[in-house]
Design a protein around this ligand. Structure first.
Ligand code: GLN
Length: 482
């Protein structure tokens, strides 16, 4: 009765079919994944909390349906895991921060609830940079995550645990969040697929806010098809999130098989300039060449404001973070400093003891950018540049269907390499923050390795709400490599 990893192929469809055919059970599948986590995760560090009771209850529900011969939902019995910035009812949710160390939320994030309604089994919560602020997962208040492909290296961030869990086959699919690249960059560093949908495509109800105009939830998996399956499950309007859009959700899986011939792929020189590693450049250029061989037309485009993206992002993101993080005051959630004597002492000491260095740095930067006298010079200016960056994409997408670029300027760097140099760390997001500022979808799909066998990611951007075309191009490219 116990199907091994080979029988299920570790894919969503394989696991679901094995359960439906009674070759295995959801409970056996979950146990098998927990055994793997116990074996692999001590040297990786992807998980912060395991939700074994919840997983078991869900697995029993699925097994009961299978035993009764009922049709199984799309993700039946599929082991998934969730970045610890999405709240889970009765399961500790820390956001990678000490300030939420013992926080047990009373409700579920919509994206998580939708996965479970589709039959997925939530194994646990995944490590990340504190409040999703970082590019290497080294800002977690708990422990760092090691890249499964080379454990001396970072998995990327801030959704490092989400990427590493998929890469090490400790979950079939995971959810992450992407405010400036935190899904795509770790996907590229760990050699898996990661998608940041359009702003508004996936409800963020229950996502602990970092920068609300930039935050997105999206999936990680080994293949584009699985990412499409997860997106289909979590996408769509949610009355609990006023920023979720009332836009029909296509059947992303069915769309994958449409031809890509004749699609126009834009290439912008701004994404191939100084600072781009030569092996990354070569792999991405070869991928673009491959798309041309598959019948796409490669067209040069211009995104002239790209050089302002990082400074713009770090004004907007920190400004919004300083406001969003005001709610962590020692009164309502989590950690409260024990020795405070006055109310203001309690606020100050709780925040001082609860937040880590990077979070404090962002709160200070953001508070400064929003303060009287500096608001116009920084925040307002950044908003204007954001509009220019968005217009760059609008213009480009009049000419092309998809834009191809590297996901990150380098492959995974060494743990510790950039921790003392915040600016160097911020530059790791140089090719990803633009999609958050413009709200367009972006995907990272593996496109090769460097000489040290470190994965390299190809990034594709699409028009607002056109994830289907992105997924289709990524899927066709992925198949052409196999
Ligand atoms: N690395 C970027 C930052 O530190 C992006 C983080 C994210 O997307 N959550 O802000």
């Amino acid at each position: 009765m116990i199907a091994d990893r080979e029988t299920t192929g570790l894919t969503i469809d394989g696991i679901r079919a094995a359960i439906a055919d009674r070759k295995t059970t959801a409970a056996a599948t979950a146990s098998e994944f927990y055994a793997r986590i116990k074996q692999e995760d001590p040297s990786i560090g992807a998980f912060l909390t395991l939700s074994e009771d919840r997983a078991q209850a869900q697995a029993e529900r699925i097994d009961k349906m299978a035993a009764e011969g009922k049709p199984l939902p799309a993700l039946a019995g599929v082991p998934v895991a969730i970045k610890d910035v999405m709240v889970t009812r009765d399961v500790r949710t820390t956001a990678g921060s000490k300030i939420l160390e013992n926080f047990v939320p009373p409700y579920d994030c919509t994206a998580v609830a939708r996965l479970e309604s589709a039959g997925a089994v939530v194994l646990g919560k995944l490590n990340c940079d504190e409040f999703a602020m970082g590019s290497s997962n080294e800002n977690s208040a708990y422990h760092e995550v090691h890249n499964p492909r080379d454990k001396s290296r970072v998995p990327g961030g801030s959704s490092g645990g989400s990427a590493a869990a998929v890469a090490a086959e400790m979950a079939v699919a995971t959810l992450g969040s992407d405010t400036g690249g935190s899904i795509r960059q770790p996907a590229s560093f760990c050699g898996v697929v990661g998608l940041k949908p359009t702003y508004g495509r996936v409800s963020r109800y229950g996502l602990i806010a970092f920068a609300s105009s930039l935050d997105h939830i999206g999936p990680f998996a080994k293949t584009v098809k699985e990412v499409a399956l997860v997106l289909r499950t979590i996408a769509g309007r949610d009355p609990m999130d006023s920023t979720s859009a009332e836009v029909p959700v296509p059947d992303y899986v069915a769309e994958l098989e449409k031809p890509v011939k004749g699609l126009k792929i834009g290439v912008a020189k701004e994404y191939f300039g100084e600072g781009l590693d030569i092996e990354v450049r070569a792999a991405v250029e070869a991928a673009i060449q491959k798309l041309a061989e598959l019948g796409c037309e490669v067209v040069p485009v211009s995104l002239p404001h790209t050089e302002y993206a990082i400074p713009t992002y770090y004004i907007v993101a920190t400004a919004e973070a300083s406001s969003n993080l005001a709610r962590f005051d020692g009164v309502r959630y989590g950690f409260r400093a024990p020795k405070a004597r006055t109310l203001s002492d309690m606020y100050r000491l709780s925040r001082d003891g609860g937040f880590g260095m990077e979070v404090k740095r962002r709160i200070m930067l953001g508070t400064y950018a929003l303060s009287a006298g500096y608001y116009d010079a920084y925040y307002l200016k950044a908003q204007k540049v954001r509009t220019l960056l968005t217009r760059d994409f609008d213009e480009a997408f009049k000419k092309v269907d998809v834009i191809a670029a590297p996901t990150a300027p380098t492959p995974a760097f060494k743990l510790g390499e950039k921790v003392n140099d915040p600016l160097a760390m911020y530059l790791a997001d140089i090719y990803t923050v633009t999609a958050n500022l413009a709200g367009i979808p972006g995907i990272s799909v593996p496109c090769g390795e460097n000489q040290e066998k470190l994965p390299i990611g190809l990034q594709l951007f699409g028009r607002h709400f056109d994830e289907a075309t992105l997924l289709r191009v990524a899927h066709t490219y992925e198949n052409s490599r196999d």
